[in-house]
Ligand binder design. Structure first.
Ligand SMILES: Nc1ncnc2c1ncn2[C@@H]1O[C@H](COP(=O)(O)OP(=O)(O)OP(=O)(O)O)[C@@H](O)[C@H]1O
Length: 766
């Protein structure tokens, strides 16, 4: 059943001879005629009866007293709702009735007499007073009710007011009850604060109407007479708004939506973009939670969109961003407002479906927020006030916990652990020198940079980056290696402005990342760990967009776009003009790399740029990076040792947030390798023979691997000569069958594993 047909449960409290009673209205479907209705003597009885209707298709039962029998002298209208089965209807109905009835009770919300109805040619009420009533303050009070069910209107009126009421049928649209016996104001000034009975012509009029469709069906009810009525029932939102503003009654939700729609949508998008908060400032207002809940759900369901930061990183200023965003969301807002009104008018119930759209749900939340304050205004407590915000009791504000600073003792122990790392200490000294005498040659200088994530759910704080000293000159590609969770991405995120450092500083081209990020963005290119692309834009459009942000124009722009499309294998076969949403993972990665390079940034960060690339694509990517690093500083993280060796001039191995070693790949291999790796595969019976052979070569050999006949040994370089190894293998071959053997110099991978293991072992011990 349509919710509007299920509608109203109204109780008119009335006072007679000092005795308080209730009268109720009964829906026509629940009673044969007004005369047969049960008339509960008390409000309590009425409610009980309403609950006692088993299987009631209408969740509401409405009773009406016979005013003749009950002799209503003084009444205050109160509306009660029992629409548990249809919460949405309930909301709308409550809204309608509250505005139409409750507000009439409040002296603050009483319509001023200048805005009450008076006789007009277009109005079908001959008993309305003329215009002079407005100055005399004697115009009747008017209430509008919305309903679609014709018979309901008749029942309500007949049941409540008996034959004393005239029901005027305005075609199929409006039902008007012209009152001689009516609830409402009398004409005496000063007595208008409460609704009182007026047994005279010119008393108030109650309408049951379903028109004013664009107002009503957009979900907003007007609680009193407004120009729709004087305009042959043809309403428009503008009129309604004017009336509302004039009557000082309420701020229309529609108004709010219209003005705030783009802002709330922007807010919504902004929240999506925000990194999850580290400190806990919580708003616990129940009504606001409704709105924020949806946002939270979205945050959980979808990965964080950091496109704004991405655009910022490529030079988009805040002003243009907000202007464009406002314009964009205004257009969206207007569109869906229109849909809301149109759909609402045509298919009332579809509004529930439309509320699945976040914007609507948000407005709904805002509406509830409004209701909260409205409820508060009806009760004695004044609702939430600004001064309550800082009170701890109301839960609006929780003490903002300062970001923990790293334990000093721990830092000291880390510093000591660095003492045996010559290269790391040298790097620290270089940074200190550079800070004393800054030079633009060094594009990146990190000074004791730290990142600490506060512990959650009882977990300790996470020290992702602990006191990093690093300097990267122009023209250098610095490779950041490290096991998973070492802190590489946290470091990059600080450098590109996604995260704030917990302490320490870093300078990019002399600009401080803590305060001058806007300046840094203009000279920076970023290939983030996860591709941040617009699914609906093509590769070419992405590059054109970011190229423009980097101030490339005309032929320089198209030339740069073509160049990067070609060099990253995104040009041929129409790939450049395919939407990025249809790209494979590798193509997206290549596009991200191209975006980071376009516009000639001086400093580039690449977080695992070759992740997911096939060997051929990786090779072409390497060529591009090699070419790009001239005159630029590049910081690159990778898990591929091959890539690190191919691209990086220097490498740093990062473990548990600390730099364990720095140097070029050869140096690192020489320093941390110092061994050959000898491998031999025989049958299992001869494993012992192989061991003995290796022992004869050097007693300092170290077995590092053993699996079904295959053994691997580290041989210190200073103990063995390569020729001796060959001779020993030849001798062994004469004694038993050797399936395979090999002697290799230490690889970068060996260095990496060794350094990481040692650092982790040290961490465990300390
Ligand atoms: N937002 C965060 N809140 C809390 N802890 C975090 C957060 N981001 C990262 N961490 C933690 O910080 C540590 C470093 O993470 P990070 O992502 O920087 O490592 P990584 O070296 O980039 O790892 P990978 O190679 O897997 O990408 C990890 O232990 C991680 O769990």
């Amino acid at each position: 059943m349509h919710y509007k047909q299920a509608l109203y449960f109204a109780a008119a409290h009335h006072e007679r001879d000092g005795e308080s009673r209730s009268c109720h209205l009964l829906d026509s479907s629940q009673r044969a005629s007004p005369q047969e209705s049960h008339i509960p003597e008390t409000e309590h009885e009425g409610e009980r009866s309403a609950r006692a209707l088993p299987g009631d298709p209408l969740p509401v039962t409405v009773w009406a007293p016979n005013p003749a029998r009950h002799g209503i002298q003084h009444a205050r209208v109160q509306v009660r709702l029992h629409l548990q089965k249809q919460p949405h209807s309930l909301l709308r109905l409550r809204q309608a009735l509250r505005r139409s009835v409750f507000r009439q009770q409040s002296s603050r919300r009483m319509p001023r007499s200048q805005t009450r109805p008076m006789a007009a040619a277009s109005l079908p009420f001959p008993d309305l007073p003329d215009a002079s009533c407005r100055t005399a303050g004697s115009c009747p009070l008017t209430l509008l009710f919305t309903a679609e069910n014709h018979s309901l209107a008749e029942t309500v009126t007949a049941g409540m007011y008996g034959s004393a009421w005239n029901v005027t049928d305005f075609g199929s649209d409006i039902y008007a009850i012209s009152a001689t016996h009516a609830l409402g104001s009398d004409s005496e000034p000063g007595k208008n604060d409460y609704i009182e009975p007026a047994f005279s012509v010119g008393g108030p009029i109650y309408y049951l109407q379903r028109n004013c469709s664009d107002v009503e069906k957009s979900g907003f009810y007007i609680g009193m007479e407004h120009p729709c009525m004087a305009n042959n029932h043809k309403c428009n939102l503008r009129d309604a708004f004017d009336t509302l503003a004039q009557n000082d009654l309420m701020i229309s939700n529609s108004y709010l939506q219209f003005l705030l729609g783009p802002v709330t949508k922007m807010l919504f998008e902004f929240v999506k973009e925000m990194p999850k908060p580290e400190s806990s400032l919580r708003l616990d207002l129940s009504s606001l939670l409704g709105a924020l809940f949806f946002t939270w759900v979205i945050l959980q369901l979808f990965p964080q969109q950091k496109l704004r930061i991405m655009m910022k990183m490529h030079g988009l200023g805040d002003g243009p961003y907000w202007m464009i965003s406002y314009g964009y969301f205004l257009a969206i807002s207007v569109t869906y407002m229109s849909c809301f009104v149109i759909f609402g008018s045509l298919l009332g119930g579809w509004i529930i479906v439309m509320e699945l759209y976040p914007g609507f749900a948000l407005y709904r939340g805002l509406y509830e927020f409004g209701q909260f304050s409205f409820d508060a205004s009806l009760s004695e407590n004044g609702g939430m006030k600004w001064q309550n915000l800082s009170e701890s009791t109301n839960g609006m504000k929780e003490k903002k916990t300062p970001l923990p600073t790293p334990d000093t003792e721990m830092q000291v122990s880390k510093v000591f652990s660095h003492m045996d790392k010559r290269d790391v200490i040298q790097e620290m000294e270089k940074v200190e020198e550079l800070l004393l005498e800054p030079t633009i040659n060094h594009a990146i200088v990190c000074d004791n940079l730290q990142k600490v994530y506060p512990g959650r759910d009882g977990n300790p704080d996470k020290f992702a980056v602990r006191g990093l000293y690093l300097s990267v000159p122009q023209g250098e590609c610095f490779g950041m290696l490290g096991p998973n969770g070492a802190g590489k991405t946290s470091f990059i995120n600080m450098m590109i402005g996604l995260e704030k450092p917990s302490s320490g500083a870093a300078f990019v081209q002399g600009l401080d990342i803590r305060t001058q990020m806007d300046g840094i963005y203009t000279t920076m290119g970023v290939c983030p760990q996860y591709d941040l692309l617009w699914e609906s834009l093509t590769g070419r459009e992405h590059l054109l967009f970011y190229g423009r942000l980097k101030n490339l124009k005309d032929s320089a722009l198209t030339q740069a776009v073509e160049e990067y499309l070609k060099s990253l294998n995104l040009f041929h076969g129409g790939v450049a003009d395919k939407q990025a949403g249809n790209y494979s993972g590798g193509m997206k990665r290549r596009l991200s790399v191209a975006i980071s390079l376009i516009g000639d940034p001086r400093v580039i960060y690449m977080d695992e740029p070759s992740r997911g690339l096939d060997p051929a694509s990786r090779k072409s990517l390497w060529n591009v990076v090699k070419h790009a690093k001239q005159n630029r500083a590049i910081i690159l993280t990778t898990h591929s040792m091959e890539e690190a060796e191919a691209l990086c001039d220097r490498l740093g191995i990062f473990v548990n947030g600390s730099l364990q070693c720095v140097g070029n790949p050869k140096e690192l291999k020489a320093r941390y390798g110092g061994t050959y790796v000898f491998t031999m595969t025989t049958s299992s019976d001869h494993e012992k023979d192989v061991e003995n052979m290796v022992q004869r070569l050097t007693p300092n050999a170290n077995k590092i691997y053993h699996l079904s006949g295959t053994q691997k040994f580290e041989l210190p370089k200073e103990d063995v000569k390569i020729g001796d190894v060959f001779q020993a293998v030849d001798a062994a071959k004469r004694n038993f069958t050797v399936s395979a053997w090999g002697l290799v110099d230490t690889t970068l991978e060996d260095v990496f594993i060794k350094v990481a293991r040692e650092a982790q072992a040290f961490e465990t011990l300390s």
